[in-house]
Design a protein around this ligand. Structure first.
Ligand SMILES: *[C@@H]1O[C@H](CO)[C@@H](O)[C@H](O)[C@H]1NC(C)=O
Ligand SMILES: *[C@@H]1O[C@H](CO)[C@@H](O)[C@H](O)[C@H]1NC(C)=O
Ligand SMILES: *[C@@H]1O[C@H](CO)[C@@H](O)[C@H](O)[C@H]1NC(C)=O
Ligand SMILES: *[C@@H]1O[C@H](CO)[C@@H](O)[C@H](O)[C@H]1NC(C)=O
Ligand SMILES: *[C@@H]1O[C@H](CO)[C@@H](O)[C@H](O)[C@H]1NC(C)=O
Ligand SMILES: *[C@@H]1O[C@H](CO)[C@@H](O)[C@H](O)[C@H]1NC(C)=O
Length: 571
C-alpha cells in the first residue's frame, strides 16, 4: 500500500512539474486553449479584478489541461487541485459557467459528472464590449414595479437614441408608490440571446449615480406580446430586470427585481419634408462641413458633421406652407440620447439651392415655433446645395465687364484651409501679386467678366495674364432679398470637392457693385464693407463691347435695363 501511495505522490509531483514545464515551454502538449474569440477581460459579479481569458488560462481558475466540447479541465496551480468548468457561450459578449469544487485529479468526464443540477450559474460579461442593437426600439411609454406596486401614473417613457444600441429610460415618480423615483437612465445593449422560449438581454446602465461595473451591468428577460389581440391592453413588451450584475433569479418577463410593461408610443412622425427639397436626397453646406440627407419616404432628415454626432430629425407638424417654396415645420430631433422639438423653416432659393433656419431646442412641442424658440429675425440661415454630380449651373447675374477697384481679404478665419488657399490665389490674381514677372502694373488690370464667354461663368482676370491665371467661378443659383443679391458659385479650376461660395452683392451707386464672399450667406454682412473677402467693381461695358476703352456712360441706362430684365427673366 505504501508503495502505491508513494507512487501516486510521485506521479502527482511529476505531473505538477511536468505541467509547470509545459506551461513555461513554448510547446505545450496536454494544454488546451480557449477559443480565441473568448480572449479578453470579463466582468464577474463579486470578483474584484477582471477575469482574463488568454490562451490556456482563465485567470480565476488556472490553466486548462484538456477539454471536451464546452467542458474544461482546469488546474489551479497554486492549490494543486483540479476542477471541471462547463462554459456556455451565450453571446460573444456573455459567457456563463458552472463548476465543481477544486479537488484531486480525475478524468474530465468523472469530474464533470460532479456538477449538480442546482450548481450556481455564473455570468461573465465582456468588459469594453462592442454594443449590439437593442432588441426593442422605442419610443415607448411604460409602467414599472420595483416590488411595491405598479407605478402607472404619471407614465414613464423610453426614447430612442441615434445609436440603435442605446435606449433612454425616463422613470417617473408615482406619489402613491413607495420606491418609485424620477430618474433618467441610459441603457446600452451588449448582448441578447434566446434560451428555450426565454429571451435575454444584457446591458450596461449609465447614470450619474452608477459608478461600478457591479451597478452597471444588468440582465433582462423580455417577451414580446402579440399586438393584434385586443385584450392585452396594447402591451408590446414585458421586461424583467435583475437586481444585480448576474442573470440569476430571472426566469420570466414578469418576475424580477424590477418589471416593466412597455407600450409603443404614438409616432410623432406625422408629416413629410417639402418634396422640392426631399426629392434630392443629399444636400450639403457650402463648405461641406455638414450633410443633410433625407430618408424614409421624405419623412426623416439626418444631419451629419465631421464630429460624428448625427442628428435625426422627423417632421411632426406643418405650420405654414406656401407654393413658392417656403415651409415652416415643427420637427422632432434626436441627438445621441437627447431629444426634443425644434422649429425649422425651409426656403427654396433656386433649383439646387435651399436655406434652412433652425429654431432653438425645446422639450415641449407647442413651444417649438413660438417666438422664444423661433425668432426668424435673428436666426442664422444654413445654405444648402444638392450633391448631384452634374452640378447644374445657372446664368450668372449682372452680365458684363467690370473693373475691380479694391479687394480686401479681411478675415481668413471663416475660410477652411482649402478655401483659404483658393481665396489667397484668387486675391493674388486680382491684386496682381502673382504677375511680377509679367511686367504688369499690379493696379491697372484687374477685371471681372460676368457671363460673357459663358453665361454661367464669372471670370477674374488680368489684361496681361495667360489663360491659366484666370480664376473662374460657375454660378449655381441666386436669389434677391431687399435689394441684396445672393449668388452661389464654385471655383472652376478645382475640379474635385470644390467648395462653394456665397457672393453677397449690392449696387452701391449706379454702375458700381459691392461684393462680400464667404462660405456662408451671412445676413449681417454688408457687401463691400464687412465679410471675409470684399471688393467693389465698376462697370466697364457690356459683354459685346469688345473695345475696353469705350465710355461707359453712353449705355448706362440701356445696360441696366438689360441687367434688370435678364435678372427677372432668368430667375
Ligand atoms: C417625396 O415627395 C415627393 C413629392 O411629394 C414624391 O414625389 C416622392 O415620391 C416622395 N418620395 C417618397 C420616397 O415618398
Ligand atoms: C456637429 O454637430 C453637433 C450637433 O449639432 C454640434 O454640437 C457640434 O458642435 C458640431 N461639430 C462640428 C465640428 O461642427
Ligand atoms: C427677435 O430678435 C430681434 C433681434 O434680435 C429682437 O429685436 C426681437 O425682440 C426678438 N423677438 C422676440 C419675440 O424675442
Ligand atoms: C429693406 O432695406 C431697407 C433699407 O435698408 C430697410 O429699411 C427695410 O427694413 C428692409 N426690408 C426688409 C424686409 O428687410
Ligand atoms: C466699396 O464701396 C463702399 C461705398 O462706397 C465703401 O464704403 C467700401 O469701403 C468699398 N469697399 C472696398 C473694399 O473698397
Ligand atoms: C476703341 O478704342 C480705340 C483706342 O482706345 C478708340 O480709338 C476707338 O474709338 C474705340 N472704338 C469704339 C467703337 O469706341
Amino acid at each position: 500500500m505504501d508503495d502505491v501511495r508513494w507512487r501516486m505522490d510521485f506521479i502527482r509531483l511529476a505531473f505538477i512539474l511536468l505541467s509547470f514545464l509545459r506551461f513555461t515551454s513554448t510547446l505545450k502538449p496536454g494544454t488546451c486553449y480557449f477559443p480565441e474569440r473568448w480572449e479578453g477581460a470579463w466582468f464577474q459579479s463579486g470578483v474584484r479584478t477582471p477575469v482574463i481569458i488568454e490562451g490556456p488560462r482563465l485567470s480565476t481558475k488556472g490553466r486548462c489541461l484538456g477539454s471536451d466540447g464546452d467542458k474544461f479541465l482546469m488546474v489551479d496551480e497554486k492549490r494543486a487541485c483540479y476542477r471541471c468548468v462547463v462554459i456556455h457561450e451565450k453571446h460573444k459578449n456573455v459567457l456563463q459557467y458552472k463548476e465543481t469544487f477544486c479537488q484531486g485529479r480525475e478524468a474530465l468526464p468523472t469530474l464533470c459528472s460532479l456538477i449538480t443540477g442546482d450548481a450556481l450559474l455564473y455570468s461573465l460579461f465582456r468588459e469594453n464590449a462592442s454594443p449590439v442593437s437593442c432588441p426593442f426600439r422605442g419610443p415607448f411609454t411604460f409602467t414599472y414595479n420595483r416590488g411595491h406596486g405598479e407605478c402607472r401614473s404619471p407614465v414613464s417613457n423610453i426614447d430612442t437614441c441615434t445609436e440603435d444600441s442605446k435606449l433612454l429610460l425616463s422613470y417617473q415618480a408615482c406619489p402613491d408608490i413607495y420606491g418609485s423615483e424620477s430618474t433618467v437612465e441610459e441603457l446600452q445593449c451588449l448582448a441578447s440571446w434566446k434560451e428555450g422560449s426565454v429571451r435575454y438581454l444584457v446591458g450596461q446602465i449609465h447614470h450619474h449615480h452608477v459608478t461600478s461595473n457591479e451597478d452597471r451591468f444588468r440582465c433582462f428577460v423580455y417577451e414580446k406580446t402579440a399586438t393584434s389581440s385586443e385584450n392585452n391592453d396594447g402591451v408590446d413588451y414585458r421586461v424583467a430586470q435583475s437586481g444585480d450584475a448576474t442573470c440569476n433569479g430571472l426566469f420570466s418577463a414578469t418576475e424580477g427585481s424590477r418589471t416593466m410593461t412597455l407600450k409603443r408610443a404614438p409616432s410623432v412622425n406625422k408629416c413629410r419634408f417639402p418634396s422640392w427639397i426631399a426629392n434630392y436626397n443629399h444636400w450639403h453646406t457650402l463648405d461641406y462641413s455638414e450633410t443633410y440627407n433625407f430618408h424614409h419616404r421624405n419623412s426623416t432628415l439626418k444631419i451629419s458633421n465631421s464630429s460624428g454626432v448625427d442628428v435625426k430629425v422627423l417632421c411632426v407638424q406643418v405650420k405654414h406652407s406656401r407654393e413658392d417654396g417656403h415651409m415652416i415645420l415643427v420637427t422632432h430631433f434626436t441627438m445621441g440620447c437627447q431629444s426634443g422639438f425644434s422649429c425649422m423653416s425651409f426656403y427654396r432659393r433656386d433649383g439646387h439651392v435651399a436655406e434652412i433656419q433652425i429654431g432653438l431646442q425645446t422639450k415641449r412641442m407647442e413651444d417649438a415655433c413660438g417666438p422664444t424658440f423661433f425668432n426668424k429675425t435673428n436666426l442664422p440661415f444654413v445654405t444648402l446645395v444638392t450633391s448631384s454630380s452634374e452640378r447644374p449651373t445657372q446664368p450668372c447675374p449682372y452680365m458684363g465687364k467690370f473693373e475691380v477697384n479694391n479687394l480686401l481679404h479681411l478675415k481668413e478665419g471663416d475660410f477652411s484651409k482649402e478655401s483659404e488657399m483658393e481665396v489667397e490665389r484668387f486675391s493674388k490674381k486680382i491684386t496682381g501679386q502673382n504677375n511680377n514677372n509679367n511686367n504688369c502694373d499690379s493696379k491697372a488690370f484687374t477685371n471681372l467678366v460676368i457671363g460673357c464667354n459663358k453665361m454661367d461663368m464669372m471670370e477674374f482676370n488680368t489684361e496681361c495674364s495667360t489663360p491659366d491665371l484666370i480664376t473662374a467661378y460657375s454660378c449655381h443659383g441666386r436669389w434677391e432679398e431687399n435689394g441684396t443679391s445672393f449668388l452661389i458659385a464654385t471655383p472652376l479650376n478645382r475640379a474635385h470637392s470644390a467648395k462653394k461660395f456665397c457672393f453677397v452683392c449690392k449696387e452701391i451707386v449706379p454702375n458700381s457693385l459691392a461684393f462680400s464672399v464667404s462660405t456662408r450667406c451671412n445676413r449681417l454682412i454688408q457687401p463691400g464693407i464687412s465679410g471675409d473677402l470684399i471688393f467693389n467693381v465698376t462697370n466697364r461695358g457690356r459683354c459685346v463691347e469688345v473695345n475696353g476703352s469705350a465710355k461707359f456712360s453712353i449705355f448706362t441706362l440701356e445696360y441696366f435695363l438689360i441687367v434688370v430684365a435678364s435678372f427677372f427673366l432668368l430667375r
